[in-house]
Ligand binder design. Structure first.
Ligand SMILES: O=P(O)(O)OC[C@H]1O[C@H](O[C@H]2O[C@H](CO)[C@@H](O)[C@H](O)[C@H]2O)[C@H](O)[C@@H](O)[C@@H]1O
Length: 278
C-alpha cells in the first residue's frame, strides 16, 4: 500500500498536535482486526463537502467508493449518523439499504427494517408553533431560511451577513424559548437547529453499537454535534475529526478527501483481517 498523504495529527498528552500518521495507521490496523466492526459516519463536512444548497450535497466519489467497499465485508456494518431529516439523508447519501441510517440527530432511525417516526398531539402542536416563530424570524432577516424536519427545523444562515446571522440567532433563540419549554437547540456550521426531541448522536451511536453487537467502533465527524458521538467511544474504538475546531477525537485529518483516504485504508486492512480470520 502506498504511503497515505493524510495530514493526520494526534493530540498528545501535552495538548500539542503531533504528526502521527504512523500511529493512525497502526491504530486502524488494530481496529480492523476486531470481530464485529461498526463504521459510523457523519455526512455533511465528513463525507460530503459543504455547499450552499443542502439538497445538492453529495459524498466525494472516493468516500462513496470506500463506503461501498466496506459494505462488501463480512462482520462489518456501516452507518450514517446525521443531523439531516431521514428523507433528506436517504436522498443525498444514495447508498444501499444495508447502510444503517440515523437522521435528525437520533430522532429518526432506519435499521434493517423501516420504522416510522410518530409524534404525539402535543409534539405536533409544538412543531407548528416552532414553524410559525422561525418562519417569522427568517422573513425578517435577508438570506436566512428554514429547513423543515419531522421533529423540528434548521435555521440556515450560510448566505446571510455576519450581522444578519447574529440577529437571526438571537431572535430565534429568544422567541422559540419563550414559546416552547424544554426545546433542544443545537448549533452547527452556519445553522441553528431546533428540535422538540432531545436525542444526541452519542445516544444514537450507542444504540447502533448494541444493535450491531459491534466489538469496536470507528466514528468520523466534523461538527460540534459529533462531539457527543466521540464522547461515547471506548478503548479500542477510533474517533476521527475532519477539519478544524475543538475536539475530543483521538485523531484529526484536514478535510473530506482525507477522511475518504482513511476509510479506504480501513477497508483494505479490514479485508486483509477478514481474509486471515477465515
Ligand atoms: O450531521 P450532518 O450530516 O453533518 O448534518 C448537519 C446539517 O447538514 C446540513 O447543513 C449543513 O450542510 C449544508 C450542505 O453542505 C450547508 O448548506 C449548511 O450550511 C450546513 O449547516 C443540513 O442542511 C442540516 O439539516 C443538517 O443538520
Amino acid at each position: 500500500m502506498s504511503t497515505p498523504s493524510t495530514t493526520a495529527s494526534h493530540v498528545g498528552e501535552s495538548g500539542i498536535q503531533l504528526d502521527e500518521t504512523d500511529e493512525l495507521i497502526a491504530r486502524l490496523r488494530e481496529l480492523a482486526r476486531t470481530e464485529r466492526l461498526l463504521v459510523a459516519l457523519d455526512f455533511d463536512g465528513t463525507l460530503a463537502p459543504e455547499v450552499d444548497v443542502p439538497s445538492h450535497a453529495r459524498a466525494l466519489p472516493e468516500a462513496r467508493r470506500a463506503v461501498l467497499e466496506l459494505l462488501k465485508l463480512d462482520s462489518t456494518r456501516v452507518a450514517l449518523i446525521s443531523g439531516r431529516a431521514m428523507e433528506s439523508l436517504e436522498q443525498v447519501s444514495d447508498l444501499p439499504d444495508d447502510v444503517l441510517l440515523v437522521g435528525s440527530h437520533g430522532v429518526e432511525i432506519r435499521l434493517d427494517s423501516p420504522t416510522r417516526l410518530t409524534l404525539d398531539t402535543q409534539e405536533l402542536a409544538q412543531v407548528d408553533v416552532l414553524s410559525e416563530v422561525l418562519e417569522d424570524v427568517a422573513d425578517r432577516v435577508d438570506d436566512v431560511w428554514i429547513e423543515s424536519k419531522p421533529a423540528g427545523f434548521a435555521l440556515h444562515t450560510r448566505l446571510a451577513s455576519d450581522e444578519g446571522s447574529r440577529q437571526a440567532h438571537l431572535m430565534a433563540l429568544a422567541e422559540t424559548k419563550s414559546e416552547i419549554e424544554g426545546l433542544t437547540v443545537r448549533e452547527g456550521k452556519n445553522v441553528l437547529e431546533f428540535s422538540i426531541r432531545s436525542t444526541t448522536k452519542g445516544e444514537a451511536l450507542l444504540h447502533l453499537k448494541e444493535y450491531t453487537k459491534a466489538t469496536a467502533v470507528f466514528y468520523a465527524g466534523d461538527d460540534v454535534t459529533d462531539e457527543d458521538a466521540f464522547a461515547v467511544l471506548r478503548s479500542g474504538d477510533f474517533g476521527l475529526k475532519s477539519g478544524s475546531g475543538k475536539t475530543i477525537a483521538e485523531f484529526r485529518v484536514s478535510d473530506e478527501a482525507e477522511v475518504a483516504q482513511v476509510l479506504a485504508m480501513l477497508g483494505q486492512f479490514r479485508a486483509e483481517a477478514r481474509m486471515s480470520a477465515s
